[in-house]
Design a protein around this ligand. Structure first.
Ligand SMILES: Cc1cc2nc3c(=O)[nH]c(=O)nc-3n(C[C@H](O)[C@H](O)[C@H](O)COP(=O)(O)O)c2cc1C
Length: 247
């Protein structure tokens, strides 16, 4: 495995990110919902897991390869669905899809990702999975699933644990949205992060690429927020899951 000696741990990567990404976008990625209680608890619990070493035994032939849904992956984990990646770093959705594909692990595209189902399917040669945030209207769900199917997406991931958009106080205060709120504070933050800003300019502003065809043109930010809230209830039910299975 090639390792950048300047960034040998997640902590080093986080510090690099903090310096290069405007705080309004960095805090979105680095934080959880509400007061981060669950995020901290989950992290603490994982850190409590202890691995018991068994020395001297012969582990020749041990490997991480895993077969799942008829595909052999290099490791039993992959890239979780994250919304708005392109806002955190220009092109991040595409970069992560490429990296996951090269590493032979699954990449899961979020419904609110910043590259389209079709683009991500192309990058990953049809290997990427798609996460569905359930729309309020079943008709929109069917349109999105038709596209996922046409793009050859092999695995559908249903988001079940968030029946509404997560409540992220920092995000509200920071005016995090696509495009970000042009408050003086945010503009100042962007000026302090020129690499991010110039890359955004070069790539064009990030958008909800999969959802773009269903979003009325020319919505301002507050209306885009209202549109997203009204369009995605996120609510699953046994009937809806049955309808998806039926397809
Ligand atoms: C900034 C951020 C955005 C996320 N966006 C999505 C999303 O759009 N769809 C989704 O299914 N999960 C989303 N998640 C949840 C992650 O996919 C993942 O399940 C969660 O972060 C737990 O994994 P972790 O412990 O590795 O962070 C998001 C998480 C974060 C932190």
């Amino acid at each position: 495995m090639s390792l950048d000696p300047n960034l040998p741990s997640i902590e080093h990567l986080r510090e690099r990110g903090r310096k290069r990404v405007p705080p309004f976008a960095f805090e979105y990625l680095d934080n959880g919902c509400h007061s981060n209680l669950n995020m901290r608890r989950n992290t603490d619990e994982l850190r409590e897991v202890r691995l018991e070493p068994r020395y001297v035994l012969d582990y020749g032939g041990a490997h991480l390869e895993t077969e799942l849904f008829g595909e052999t992956y290099a490791a039993p984990f992959g890239v979780a669905p994250i919304g708005l990646q392109g806002l955190v770093w220009p092109g991040a959705c595409e970069f992560l899809a490429e990296a996951a594909h090269a590493a032979r692990v699954p990449f899961i595209l979020s419904t609110v990702g910043t590259a389209s189902i079709e683009r991500v399917a192309e990058i990953t040669e049809g290997k990427a999975w798609f996460q569905l945030y359930h729309p309020t209207e079943d008709d929109l769900r069917d349109k999105i699933l038709d596209r996922a199917e046409a793009a050859g997406v092999p695995v559908l991931v249903l988001l079940a644990d968030t029946p509404t958009f997560g409540y992220r106080p920092k995000e509200i205060r920071n005016g995090l949205a696509i495009p970000p709120r042009m408050s003086l504070r945010n503009i100042a933050q962007m000026m302090m992060r020129p690499t991010w800003s110039f890359s955004q300019l070069a790539r064009g502003k990030p958008e909800f690429a999969t959802l773009a065809p269903y979003i009325p043109k020319g919505l301002d930010m507050s209306h885009l927020g209202q549109f997203m809230n009204a369009t995605f209830s996120g609510r699953l039910s046994a009937d809806r899951i049955a309808a998806i299975r039926e397809r």
